[in-house]
Design a protein around this ligand. Structure first.
Ligand code: C2E
Ligand code: MG
Ligand code: MG
Ligand code: MG
Length: 286
């Protein structure tokens, strides 16, 4: 099934092309034009604490405003971007836009916690990630204590794992928080938690989704919440959609949640409105 999906994504860009190299050249040209014409933008989704109900972070998620195809989600283009050499370029654009947003929230006195930026494996492998962060931090005058980098645990498993580690270590030493995204879907998860310098785990939304029906999934979530507490790292539970999920998580302790129950990802202007309307207290139905 995923093979089928991948094929669709590919044909999307390859319509009349004959050879793979032609395809790739065309994809790169289309991506390059999109970058030149500033067709990529970010939407933002808040993370809030279960008990305190304050905003602990905002995740930046990229979108492509495609001239013919409308607004595309990351699943429709990131796998292709990763195959070109434009991943670091797009990654840099995301960092720049995310820190610009953080700057305007700071200027407006909005307490957004940290801005969470998803870092792609190719950007991490490119050797330019650290520069991109430090240059954007200087440009927008944003300290590391306002930034989280979300990485997939899989980045530690490939052959470049060691160099990835040193880049992430450098970010960590700057004070940028490092969180493992989609936690629980990869391999060797628990050994990573104890051996890596990380500040938090984002529990994958498949656990949140299945938790109420499957006691084993719930046990894993509960275990991770307690493990995180004893290791003094943060938990963000992804994909909280229902009040029943919210109530169940609340029984486990106090940590951050993110999901449609709180808010859907939204454009910058709407995110500002959301901050204004919620001020200090996040009011959602409990
Ligand atoms: P992710 O980092 O795990 O981000 C969470 C995804 O779950 C987002 O999808 C978000 O819209 C979606 N989501 C949030 N709450 C809920 C919920 O309650 N229910 C459901 N069903 N979904 C929810 P999105 O925006 O389509 O992004 C998908 C993935 O693409 C992200 O997963 C991340 O891995 C990647 N991505 C997004 N933006 C960027 C980016 O700027 N750079 C990189 N490298 N990757 C990105
Ligand atoms: Mg993420
Ligand atoms: Mg995630
Ligand atoms: Mg995900």
């Amino acid at each position: 099934q995923s093979k089928e999906k991948g094929k669709d994504r590919f044909t999307f860009f390859t319509r009349d092309m004959k050879t793979v190299s032609d395809d790739e050249a065309m994809v790169e040209r289309e991506l390059l034009r999109a970058i030149e014409q500033d067709q990529f933008f970010l939407v933002y989704q808040p993370q809030v604490s279960l008990r305190g109900q304050n905003v602990t972070g905002v995740e930046a998620l990229v979108r492509w405003r495609h001239p013919d195809r409308g607004i595309l989600s990351p699943a429709q283009f990131l796998p292709i971007v990763e195959k070109t050499n434009l991943a670091p370029v797009l990654g840099n654009i995301v960092i720049d836009k995310a820190l610009a947003a953080a700057r305007s929230w700071l200027d407006a006195g909005v307490d957004f916690g940290r801005i969470s930026i998803n870092v792609s494996p190719s950007h991490l492998a490119s050797g330019s990630l650290l520069d991109h962060f430090t240059l954007a931090m200087n440009k927008h005058n944003i300290g590391a204590d306002y930034i989280t980098a979300e990485v997939l645990e899989s980045v530690f498993l490939d052959e470049e794992g060691a160099s990835h580690l040193s880049t992430l270590d450098a970010l960590y030493r700057l004070g940028v928080h490092i969180e493992l995204d989609d936690f629980g879907t990869g391999y060797a998860s628990l050994s990573h938690v104890t051996s890596l310098k990380i500040n938090g785990l984002k529990i994958d939304r498949s656990f949140t989704k299945q938790m109420l029906a499957d006691p084993k999934k719930e046990a894993v979530v509960n275990h991770l919440v307690h493990l995180a507490r004893s290791l003094d790292i943060k938990i963000v539970c992804e994909g909280v959609e229902t009040d029943a999920q919210y109530q169940r998580l609340r029984m486990m302790g106090d940590f951050s949640i993110q999901g449609y129950l709180i808010a859907r990802p939204m454009p910058f202007e709407q995110m500002n409105d959301w901050f204004c309307s919620t001020t200090q207290d996040v009011h959602f139905v409990v």
